[in-house]
Write a protein that binds this ligand. Structure first.
Ligand SMILES: Cc1ncc(COP(=O)(O)O)c(C=O)c1O
Length: 286
């Protein structure tokens, strides 16, 4: 109880669940995944997450291993086995063993893993006081930009960006391209409130189609907030009235400092707070 792992549909004791050292996921980060949350026993947006896993698979050029329905059934089965009602779920498609160096020729033995475990609570201070975030330039050109639309295990630029942000005394980093456009944070989508309107970068850019992002846009429209899927220039980010990051794990995390600028009055803003409350109601988070 408390944790469960299925590998290719077979339940395995979590301590015994391993991936081969030779798997390309380990060697090259050649795998795709999803992170989901369970609220009150219900998996939030399961279909959307599995749809995005299919999309990530297509982008990186791999065959999806089974039907979406079968994978959904495995998520439910793992959740039942864990007996958790509040949980973190990771669905991972490894790439298998073989190939010649980076080449995928001759690869075999890809696995699908469903891993359910307790959710690590986010510090309440994140929502009460907000985050301090810096901007860091990160390559967003050509293939690298295309791959931002897939959720792959290859997070190295973002891992290093987060480490550098932390070393500089910030909580997270927002990533900008060389023209100064901000696209995402290290593992979240980015929103800005400017003159009462909600801005977020468009999915035509180097942006993951966040499941939380989608829900926030829909909720904002229901609350009659104008939504603009438009680029976030550095000047928009630095002069925004409110800023927040969205992700499955952190939901909506207010940002109160960006680089050397205070955001609004330096506390989580009213639109962010309203949207966070609406999101929690939607997700069934009590
Ligand atoms: C790069 C990146 N962008 C955006 C997100 C937010 O996506 P979601 O709301 O589906 O969790 C994530 C989530 O981990 C991410 O890794």
């Amino acid at each position: 109880m408390g944790e469960a792992v299925l590998v290719d549909g077979v339940e395995i004791e979590p301590e015994r669940a391993t991936i081969s050292l030779r798997d390309r996921s380990v060697l090259h980060g050649d795998s795709v995944f999803e992170v989901l949350r369970v609220y009150g026993g219900r998996v939030f947006a399961l279909e959307e997450h599995l749809g995005r896993l299919q999309q990530s698979s297509r982008i990186v050029g791999r065959v999806f291993p089974c039907s979406v329905g079968k994978l959904a059934e495995e998520v439910h089965r793992a959740l039942r086995a864990s007996q958790l009602t509040e949980a973190h779920v990771r669905v991972l498609l490894t790439r298998g063993v073989g190939g010649d160096g980076l080449s995928r020729e001759g690869v075999r033995g890809a696995s699908r893993v469903v891993w359910v475990r307790p959710i690590t609570p986010i510090a309440p201070a994140v929502y009460e006081s907000g985050l301090r975030v810096c901007t860091i330039e990160c390559g967003f050109e050509g293939l690298a930009a295309e791959l931002c639309r897939a959720k792959t295990s290859n997070y190295m630029p973002r891992v290093v960006a987060l480490a550098r942000a932390r070393e500089a005394g910030f909580d997270d980093a927002m990533l900008r391209d060389r023209d100064g456009l901000v696209w995402e944070a290290t593992a979240s989508n980015v929103f800005a409130v400017i003159n009462g309107e909600l801005f977020t970068p468009p999915l035509s850019g180097p942006v993951l189609a966040g499941i939380t992002r989608r829900a926030v846009i829909d909720l904002a429209r229901e609350l009659s907030i104008v939504v603009r899927e438009d680029v976030l220039t550095e000047s928009r980010v630095h002069s925004a009235d409110e800023l927040f990051l969205s992700s499955t794990i952190r939901q909506l995390a207010p940002v109160v400092v960006v680089d050397e600028h205070e955001v609004g009055s330096g506390v989580p803003g009213p639109i962010t707070t309203r949207l966070l409350a609406a999101f929690r109601r939607l997700a069934g988070d009590r």
